[in-house]
Design a protein around this ligand. Structure first.
Ligand code: 5AD
Ligand code: SF4
Length: 438
């Protein structure tokens, strides 16, 4: 048998890309490729890119520049660009970067084997279409996974058109996968040792897929997944506040496998900026929503994304954002300086001075960090579930995630990855908790 060809894959950006990369590896596996961690060894390099902010996009071009000597040394090396930059700038990539052989947008990964054959025959391939079929249904079955936690993409795309965001253009309109396929994929994952599944979607709570008795929302999907024996934990991300329906909130109260953590980006605390961002909700609506969620699940840990320096943001608007953060109290958050993205409505507007945006970001991050630490400290003394994911650095130590998604270190010499145990939290470090097994 010929020696297996080697694939080096690099993933940028969000968890959806992590999932997509796994599926691409599986698709190329069917073509005889195995993965490698070394570019020198690789017969094919795939860069799975992110377009969300300028910095993320630019990484592609610098990484491609760094690949040039490898291609010169080994002209047979095939270089492919996948993901959202491929979707947004496919033709430009081909023009600017002659070393690229393949450009494939996020909706066409199931066509990779066919594209690979064309590429191996010496051709260049660009596919940035939005084909109507479910790409995942045309990809090979999931392989053995690396651990007890897995992602499962249930929905892709976005119809919200926030004024700053490229996702509706790079990932297309909202599309949900059929429930039966998702249940089958989840069962397959559980058979391979997975005990926690995070459902992914750009707007995951806008999930509306075909179920056996009609349209299923995310709450119904979660409840059906919860019936799978051996699947112990379910999470989902990312949610838009306007799609938090009553049945999903209720599930947080009574579905024991649905974990008490919710990423619910608000982006800004200023009504004026929320309107300019086209978020279609105000700050009071967000407050009321948080109240309802906390009524259903009082100990839920909330996280959010924030953008500072959106065009037109004044000191008063920024103060409203700080105020919202103080009022809600987030356990974890991600914050970004606004980055103008070509083709989005906000990109036309005059920018906030970079120095001001930098200062605001620092102030915001200091507050968010203090809240994150406070949420961690509040766990000390509490009993939580921990799903071990791997051995820790110290002898006999395991590392896993708590129900609230905190990383937890536990000395537990006889344990194995995949064990779900009860732990008393005893200490809080900078980025993780420590505890003892009960
Ligand atoms: N600039 C800065 N941050 C952005 N995000 C999306 N688009 C932009 C942009 N143009 C952030 C939002 C979103 C997260 C995934 O990335 O906060 O929730
Ligand atoms: Fe982007 Fe807004 Fe859609 Fe989220 S909801 S993906 S921020 S357009």
């Amino acid at each position: 048998m010929a020696e297996a060809k080697k694939l080096f894959i690099k993933t940028y950006g969000c968890q959806m890309n992590v999932y997509d990369s796994e599926r691409m590896v599986e698709a190329m596996g069917a073509e005889g490729y195995v993965t490698t961690d070394s570019v020198e060894e690789a017969d094919m390099v795939l860069l799975n890119t992110c377009h969300i902010r300028e910095k993320a996009s630019e990484k592609l071009y610098s990484d491609l520049g760094r690949l040039r000597p490898f291609k010169e040394a080994k002209p047979d090396l095939k270089i492919g660009v996948a993901g959202c930059v491929a979707q947004a700038e496919g033709d430009e990539i081909m023009r600017r970067m002659p070393l690229v052989d393949l450009v494939v947008g996020p909706q066409s990964y199931h066509r990779l084997p066919e594209m690979n054959r064309k590429m191996q025959a010496g051709g260049k391939v660009v596919d940035t279409e939005f084909p109507p079929e479910d790409k995942f249904a045309h990809l090979p079955e999931r392989k053995a996974l690396r651990g007890p936690v897995a992602f499962l993409t249930v929905q892709e795309g976005c119809d919200k058109f926030c004024a700053f965001c490229v996702v509706p253009y790079t990932r297309g309109a909202e599309v949900s996968r059929a429930a039966a396929r998702l249940l089958a994929e989840a069962r397959g994952l559980v058979e391979k040792g997975v005990r926690e599944i995070t459902l992914l979607g750009q707007n995951v709570n806008a999930y509306h897929g075909t179920g056996e008795d009609g349209d299923w929302g995310l709450a119904r999907l979660v409840r059906e997944l919860a019936r799978i024996d051996g699947l112990e934990r379910i999470r989902y991300t990312t949610s838009h506040p306007n799609d938090m329906e009553d049945d999903l909130i209720a599930a947080h109260g009574d579905e024991g496998k649905l974990m008490p953590y919710l990423h619910l980006p608000v982006q800004s605390g200023s009504d004026r900026i929320l309107r300019a961002m086209n978020r279609k909700h105000g700050r009071d609506q967000y407050f009321r929503l948080v109240e309802r969620i906390r009524a259903a699940r009082p100990d839920i840990l909330l996280s959010s994304d924030f953008i500072v320096g959106f065009p037109g943001e004044t000191d008063a608007d920024f103060a409203d954002t700080l105020d919202l953060i103080r009022a809600v109290g987030f356990g974890q958050s991600y914050s970004f300086k606004y980055s103008a993205r070509p083709g989005t409505p906000a990109a036309e507007k005059p920018a906030v001075a970079a120095g001001i945006a930098d200062e605001r970001l620092q102030e915001l991050q200091a507050l968010l960090l203090a809240q994150q630490r406070a949420a961690q400290t509040a766990m000390v003394g509490r009993e939580v579930g921990v799903l071990y994911e791997k051995a820790g650095r110290m002898a006999g130590q395991m590392v896993g995630k708590s129900d609230h998604l905190h990383a937890v270190h536990v000395v537990d010499p006889d344990a194995r990855a995949g064990d779900l145990v009860r732990v008393r939290i005893t200490e809080s470090g900078p980025n993780s908790l420590g505890g003892v097994r009960l």
